[in-house]
Design a protein around this ligand. Structure first.
Ligand code: GLN
Length: 311
């Protein structure tokens, strides 16, 4: 960052929001139709440095579901709890080039990566715990440590997702058919949709990004949550696979390890520097927040954040 002066950063974010807010392209995800109080044109942005300085602008008090952003966090927890080899045995690290909910498996039956639905369902199944409740409890605890605040699940979102789970159940049954899933397909999907329904504010999400960016120590609480190698692995996969079938373009144009969710959430982590989070529900064809892309493109350019930039 060119400046660590919080009031200057605040002004920059407010200016950015007022420019990007003009963009009314895209439409919110269908699941929101069942969720009360859906602010389709809400917009908020936050950054949190690896020194623990957080700045946010816009509708910063609005809570929203993590949705697919949770896939990166659960991947981190699975690596931390099970180790690299055990996780790689079940899920790969190759971009699939396909939409988030497609079935794309290696010839040995492993999902291509943990950030598409089939890989995320597999990864959820790797979380230690004998049942849905135990796995979710562990995930909520780790997500809360990453954010530095106690987080909860939105029952409304969870119900809305469960009512439309056919595709995810189909993916889980394919995994179960090849003995890849350690548990009953319905339970794993229900748990996976529970992790998608955990709610955060932009500042909590940016703190999660800052924890990844600082090698696993939450810079606000000072508590170690993840090992450094876990953060490196998670950010690598976020950079190569975080935007589904737009990941190559994202890597070239924005160059920040990131993960999107259909709630309009977008999480980024710039190693050694900061976490970035945005929320705005209008989505493009890949299911990524249109204004979120605008925010990340602008910050990457203005603050020279592309991780492969010549320095
Ligand atoms: N809960 C959604 C699903 O699995 C998450 C999708 C997403 O955010 N892209 O269908």
């Amino acid at each position: 960052m060119k400046t660590t002066n919080p009031s200057r950063v605040s002004e920059q974010l407010a200016r950015l929001i007022s420019t990007v807010k003009e963009d009314r392209n895209g439409a919110p995800s269908e699941y929101l139709e069942d969720v009360e109080d859906r602010p389709v044109d809400g917009f908020a942005v936050a950054v949190c440095t690896t020194d623990g300085v957080a700045v946010s602008e816009g509708e910063t008090q609005q809570a929203f579901a993590l949705q697919s952003v949770s896939k990166a966090l659960t991947y981190a927890v699975a690596l931390q709890e099970r180790g690299m080899d055990a996780v790689l045995e079940r899920v790969g690290v190759e971009p699939s080039g396909m939409a988030f909910n497609e079935l794309s498996l290696h010839s040995d039956g492993r999902p291509y990566n943990p950030l598409i639905n089939v890989g995320a369902i597999m990864t959820h199944g790797l979380i230690p715990g004998n049942d849905e409740d135990a796995r979710l409890e562990l995930l909520l605890d780790r997500y809360s440590q990453l954010a530095g605040t106690d987080l909860t699940i939105s029952e409304d979102v969870w119900d809305a997702e469960t009512a439309r789970a056919h595709q995810n159940l189909g993916l889980a049954h394919m995994l179960a058919a090849s003995q890849m899933l350690p548990d009953e397909a319905h339970e794993v999907v229900r748990g996976y949709l529970g992790q998608c329904s955990v709610e955060v504010t932009v500042e909590q999400l940016a703190t999660m990004g800052a924890t990844l960016a600082s090698g696993g120590v939450n810079p606000v609480t000072g508590r170690r949550v993840l090992a450094e190698w876990v953060c490196q692995q998670v950010m690598s996969v976020m950079l190569s696979c975080g935007m589904y079938n737009a990941s190559g373009q994202w890597m070239a144009e924005v160059g920040i390890p990131a993960k999107s969710g259909v709630s309009g959430a977008l999480l980024g982590a710039v190693p050694g520097a900061l976490g970035i989070a945005s929320w705005s529900p209008r989505l493009d064809e890949q299911g990524t927040s249109v204004r979120g892309i605008g925010v990340f493109e602008a910050l990457s350019a203005d603050w020279d954040l592309h991780v492969l930039r010549h320095r």
